[in-house]
Design a protein around this ligand. Structure first.
Ligand code: NAD
Length: 406
């Protein structure tokens, strides 16, 4: 089959690679010229393991272009453009709309972008020539290709039975559960999943603040809770809170659509509030004194990616710099606009506090001696991930909600 993929960010490029690996012909459309040029040279414009190999090994079946018109002969068009937050928190469909208005011939369209419940039905009315299905993407950055090749499930939302069956046949080869449902339920499943994971993080962070006061260890508590299969251990890591290009925007959009329906979602609202409170809480562990320098170990919103969209490091840096604190960051891949060091040693040199912000392998494995260049050897482990937490040597160690009683 022949697929046109519109928008080659994390989702679009991972989808393109997955389809090329499955033996399909793919045409990737990207409007951003620097990104397009890099792709045409076989260069992946962001850090995602495995994608460069697919572009090299399957270059005969992959074409890149900046023109949607070049996808005219495709059997399917996959829409993977961004759906960012508007100022009021609602979901911005500008890129979706702009892309669809360029599709001239009649097409079968798969919406991969995250769109609010009801959007695909609305698009079917706005663009009646096309047939639509929404197949939400659940990948995690840093392992995007692996997740596309082996997702936990595939959700197909379409009112067109033929398209549902065809897509179930294509995705069926992955050997994972397939949920065929209405477009609105498929869209809802995506938001509900993200909102649940974000809420799980906020839940454990709330208890981490209490554990700090009470002298309990939140990692032990989470381990004990997580053994219950009804709860599960994942997304129960207390720390700095969630960030990234999806959770914050999807939570805002959900709240916004609820308010349009004259509803409040108190749990979602509280989870968002708790997330803001958590970043402020971690920031409050740094008492600003004159000439204080704080080294951020890790900047990306999670390890394994160079994506800085809505990274908690940015919020934390803003909270500290407005209080007169100097910050410097180090990250193996990600870049920011605050001062940045090329090495961990350079970031730590002369610092008064180090904050472990992103749990990159190389950062969680730093031995206590790595902190010798600091003016005061104090480490705030905002991810509760430092390997030497129980044997910190001369480092003054402080996690989030842990070991205050040890
Ligand atoms: P992204 O911003 O990295 O990529 C979107 C790309 O689309 C950009 O390169 C942009 O230049 C391009 N684009 C925009 N309009 C275009 C057009 N008309 N023609 C061609 N290209 C166009 O976004 P992303 O992170 O890949 O996310 C895409 C969607 O998938 C969003 O709705 C997001 O919420 C959702 N999603 C993202 C993730 C994730 O982890 N990043 C996971 C699941 C779902």
């Amino acid at each position: 089959m022949k697929f046109g993929i519109i928008g080659l960010g994390y989702v679009g490029l991972a989808t393109l690679c997955g389809l090329a690996k499955a033996g399909h012909e793919v045409i990737g459309v990207e409007k951003d010229q620097p990104r397009l040029l890099r792709l045409m040279n076989g260069d992946v414009p962001f850090h995602e393991p495995g994608m460069a190999d697919v572009l090299r090994d399957h270059h005969g079946s992959i074409t890149f272009t900046d023109s949607i018109a070049d996808t005219e002969t495709a059997d399917y068009l996959v829409l993977a453009v961004g759906t960012p937050s508007k100022q009021d928190g609602s979901c911005d469909l500008t890129f979706v709309d702009a892309a669809l208005s360029e599709v001239n011939s009649k097409h079968k369209i798969i919406i991969r972008s995250t769109v609010l419940p009801g959007t695909t039905d609305m698009l079917s009315v706005m663009y009646p020539a096309h047939t639509f299905a929404v197949v939400p993407e659940f990948l995690q950055e840093g392992r995007a290709l692996a997740d596309v090749l082996k997702p936990h499930r595939v959700v197909i939302g379409s009112d067109n039975l033929e398209m549902c069956e065809e897509l179930a046949g294509i995705y069926g080869r992955l050997g994972v559960p397939i949920v065929c449902t209405s477009p609105i339920d498929a869209e809802f499943i995506k938001y509900a999943s993200n909102a649940f994971l974000a809420t799980k993080i906020s839940f454990i962070n709330d208890l981490a603040r209490l554990a700090d006061k009470a002298g309990a260890d939140i990692t032990t508590i989470a381990d004990g809770m997580g053994l219950d299969p009804r709860i599960g251990r994942s997304f129960l890591n207390a720390g700095l809170g969630y960030g990234g290009s999806c959770f914050p925007k999807d939570m805002h959009a959900l709240l916004n659509v609820a308010s349009e329906n004259e509803l409040d979602l108190p749990v979602i609202r509280a989870a968002m509030h708790a997330n803001d409170a958590q970043m402020a809480y971690v920031a409050s562990k740094v008492e600003p004194t004159s000439d204080l320098k704080v080294a951020f170990l890790g900047l990306a919103f999670k390890p394994g990616t160079d994506d800085m969209r809505d990274a908690p490091s940015l919020t934390l840096a803003q909270l500290l710099t407005v209080r007169g604190v100097d910050v410097i960051g180090y990250d193996p891949l990600a870049k920011w606009d605050f001062p940045q060091a090329e090495t961990v040693e350079a970031a730590l040199e002369g610092a008064d506090v180090a904050i472990l912000v992103t749990e990159w392998d190389e950062l969680v494995a730093l031995p206590p001696e790595a902190f010798d260049g600091m003016r005061t050897k104090r480490l705030i482990d905002a991810r509760n991930a430092w390997k030497y937490a129980r044997d910190p040597g001369t480092v003054q160690y402080e996690g989030v909600g842990r070991m205050q009683n040890k």
